[in-house]
Design a binder for this molecule. Structure first.
Ligand code: 6PG
Length: 231
């Protein structure tokens, strides 16, 4: 089930998404003693991260990893893990870096998958962003689109080379696969701007053969999907 939640401003969206994550964590910890969470890159999550930091969470029971990452050194401003580490390193949460110094991005994808195989699956939440090209996580148009979408169910991450390379981060990546995203207990997407809201509505309407990766990821998802939008 896909549900849209529209917010007046980024602050109210941040408050609502943080409250939702606190509730997901509480339920997961009550059920199994830990919460496994995939967080997105990009700028939209930052105020939500700040709200989470101010929330009463049992941080030592949280395992957080980026749903995708750019294959760059960990001190690069392009690194999604660097952003998570800067926000959450002091909390006691366990942070899992999906990148490694592999010689090629396919090998990096294999290594990311191997790391994720060590975690107690499925994630309680996969929280995603979306780009104006309709990518989500790092499932981009390009030569690896089909392998990211149509991996076997047990495959959790793959290496991806977007084509065209996105201007803001023109590098290869590792990403959760579509089966891994859909295996989550819940999926959240956070978006800013009416252009992105229009795009995701169009992608969902197009369904499983959508021209946009996000439409193909969401079509047929069984987990509840909440799409949070603000201007
Ligand atoms: C990436 C980012 C990317 C991001 C979206 C939305 O690795 O390229 O994670 O997928 O989530 O582009 O970015 P904004 O939140 O900045 O709009």
């Amino acid at each position: 089930m896909i549900e849209f939640r529209d917010h007046d401003a980024i602050d109210s969206m941040a408050e609502a998404v943080a409250a939702e994550i606190v509730a997901i964590v509480a339920a997961a910890i009550a059920a199994k003693g830990e919460a496994l969470l995939a967080f997105p890159g990009g700028s939209t999550p930052r105020p939500i991260f700040a709200r989470l930091l101010a929330s009463p969470l049992p941080w030592q029971n949280l395992i957080i990893f980026p749903g995708d990452d750019r294959l760059v050194p960990i001190d690069s401003p392009l690194s999604n893990f660097r952003e998570l580490d800067a926000m959450f390193a002091g909390t006691g949460a366990r942070l899992v870096d999906l990148t490694c110094a592999a010689s090629d991005y396919h090998a990096a994808g294999d290594a990311a998958d191997a790391k994720l195989q060590t975690l107690r699956w499925p994630p309680d939440l996969v929280w995603l962003g979306m780009g104006m090209d309709g990518h989500t996580a790092s499932i981009f148009p390009g030569p690896d689109l089909e392998s990211a979408l149509d991996s076997p169910p047990s495959r959790r991450a793959v290496g991806v080379l977007p084509d065209p390379l996105p201007r803001e981060a023109p590098v290869a990546r590792v990403s959760l696969t579509r089966p891994a995203i859909r295996s989550a207990q819940s999926i959240a997407i956070t978006l800013r701007g009416s252009d992105k809201r229009d795009l995701i509505e169009r992608a969902i309407a197009e369904g499983p053969s959508s021209q946009f990766p996000v439409g193909r990821v969401l079509a047929g998802a069984e987990a509840p999907v909440r799409i949070h939008c603000c201007p």
